[in-house]
Design a protein around this ligand. Sequence first.
Ligand code: NDP
Length: 327
Amino acid sequence: MDYSANSDRYNKMVYRRCGKSGLKLPAISLGMWRNFGDVSSLTNGREMILGAFDLGITHFDLANNYGPCAGSAEETFGKVLSEELRSYRDELVISTKAGYYLRPGPYGDWGSRKYILSSLEHSLKSMNLDYVDIFYHHRPDPDTPMEETAEALAQVVRQGKALYVGISNYSPEQTARMIDILNGMGVHLLIHQLSHSMLGRQNEPVYDVLDQKGVGSIVFSPLAQGILSNRYLHGIPEEPRSKSRQGLCSESCITPEMMIKIEALHDLAQERGQGLSQMALAWVLQRATSVIIGASRLSQIRENCQSTENLAFSKEENDKIDAILNG
Ligand code: NDP
């Protein structure tokens, strides 16, 4: 199909160095956990991927189990890549992961060398790629020696099947240990993918380790799966959530106390000349190299990209946000 990328795409997005590495990431990255699988519309998925690239989003985040059905998001991305984006491959940072349940039996979960290496082979085939840019271990494995998982990550870099490696959902102590083990193997950990938002701050101590060790950070669920947007300002909308997100951020977590906070944050965002989702992303970007947004339509991606127009927060604004969140 004919696709020609917007020639203005690099003029609006902000690109930031990922820790002490040579790689720059867009401040806004696009994640494919939901809404890109085979239960979702391929036409809409294609429109979001190409529309995101036109907005300067160069980084697309996948995992072996994204869909639903598990694995189908990689197939969707592979299809769009082959049909429209192939000539732009060198302008894309594509990531995938292994670490969560993929298949039955003892070799389709956690962090063994056996699972990790076979999963990456499978992901490369699904996306029709020779290499991914970033390959993650998706979650720590309490039973496999960390050295074994690290050796598998180091191997994929040596083989050229991944240019960089990352980890996700590791505690500060586990992160420090993995960085040191990999360093001992001559491989620099590029990035940690962690959850962080105004409504979920429990992982903030991870940033201290990353800063100390020169490792970048990328945040998932920065909008608390959509709660930090205009979506719930006037109550629970009648329009149902996109099919593949139903039951995820359950609307039962939108309590009256939560609504008071959301409304106060929305007012502050308006004072900054932003929508709530834009302020929520800018707030996370004070600490993180990049944020990974999810989306069900291109208009959400457009709206979220505009967060880069005001990334600065005064001390008063940050204090106000803390007071609202702790109130
Ligand atoms: P978000 O917190 O960004 O939530 C995304 C959802 O919020 C969208 O699907 C949409 O909901 C809603 N939304 C987004 N923008 C707007 C807007 N402007 N106005 C109103 N609603 C909006 O992130 P996710 O939790 O989806 O995670 C993002 C990505 O992070 C994933 O795709 C994945 O790549 C990664 N991830 C990694 C994990 C890990 O363990 N490493 C775990 C989870 C995610 P709706 O679809 O209902 O319209």
